[in-house]
Ligand binder design. Structure first.
Ligand code: ADP
Length: 189
C-alpha cells in the first residue's frame, strides 16, 4: 500500500487532484476538511465546535482532527493506499500521523506539494466561493487568515518530510490535466 500526502496552500487544487488520484489508483480519499464539513452538516458536537474556527480561517484542534483520522484509518479496507488531503497541517499532526501509521505497520511514502503563489490562490478561492456552499471561501478576510495560518503553521511541514527524503513538488499553475500527469509521474517513479 502506498500512502501519499497532498500538500499545498488553501486553493492549490489538493482536493481536485486527490479525487483524480482516487479514481485512477483506487486510493482511499482522506480529506479532513470534508470530514469536518460533514460533522458541521450533521450538527455533531465536533461540527458545532469546528464551524466558528473554520469560518475564522484558523485550525481546528490537533486532538480533534487526529482522532477523526485515527478512526478513519482503523476502518480502512483493502484500498490501494490513502491520499491524505489537508492533513497533517501542523507539526503535532505530522508526529501524530507517524504514530498512527506505526501502529498500523504502515508508512507515508511521500508528500507531493502543489506550488501556487498567493495572488493566484486568492483568485481561485473567491471563484470557488461563488459556486461552492463553503462560507470560508466567500470572505476575503477569512481567505487571508487561512493563507496566513498556512504560512505560520503548515508550510514548515515541507521540511519535516524533506528531512525524511519524502518531499516532492509539482508546479500548480497550468491545466488540471497537466498537473495531474505530473503528479502521476511522481507516484510511479
Ligand atoms: P483548504 O485547503 O481550501 O483550506 P480544507 O477543506 O482542507 O480547505 O480546510 C478547510 C478548513 O477546515 C481549514 O481552514 C481548517 O479550519 C479546517 N481543517 C481542515 N483540515 C484540518 C486539519 N488537518 N487541522 C486543523 N484544521 C483543519
Amino acid at each position: 500500500m502506498k500512502h501519499i500526502l497532498i500538500f499545498g496552500p488553501p486553493g492549490a487544487g489538493k482536493g481536485t487532484q486527490a479525487k483524480l488520484l482516487v479514481d485512477k489508483y483506487k486510493f482511499m480519499h482522506l480529506s479532513t476538511g470534508d470530514m469536518l464539513r460533514d460533522e458541521i452538516k450533521r450538527s455533531t458536537e465536533i461540527g458545532l465546535r469546528a464551524k466558528a474556527i473554520i469560518d475564522s480561517g484558523q485550525l481546528v484542534s490537533d486532538e480533534i482532527v487526529a482522532e477523526m483520522v485515527r478512526l478513519r484509518i482503523r476502518n480502512m479496507k483493502d484500498d490501494a493506499g490513502i491520499i491524505f488531503d489537508g492533513f497533517p497541517r501542523t507539526l503535532a499532526q505530522a508526529r501524530k500521523l507517524d504514530e498512527i501509521m506505526n501502529g498500523e505497520k504502515q508508512e507515508i511514502a511521500m508528500m507531493i506539494a502543489i506550488d501556487v503563489h498567493d495572488e493566484e490562490i486568492i483568485k481561485r478561492i473567491l471563484e470557488r466561493g461563488k459556486i461552492s456552499q463553503r462560507s470560508d471561501d466567500r470572505d476575503i478576510n477569512t481567505i487571508k487568515n487561512r493563507i496566513d495560518t498556512y504560512n505560520r503553521q503548515t508550510a514548515i511541514l515541507a521540511d519535516y518530510y524533506k528531512q525524511q527524503a519524502k518531499f516532492k513538488s509539482v508546479d500548480g499553475i497550468g491545466t488540471v490535466e497537466d498537473i495531474f500527469k505530473n503528479i502521476c509521474k511522481l507516484i510511479e517513479e
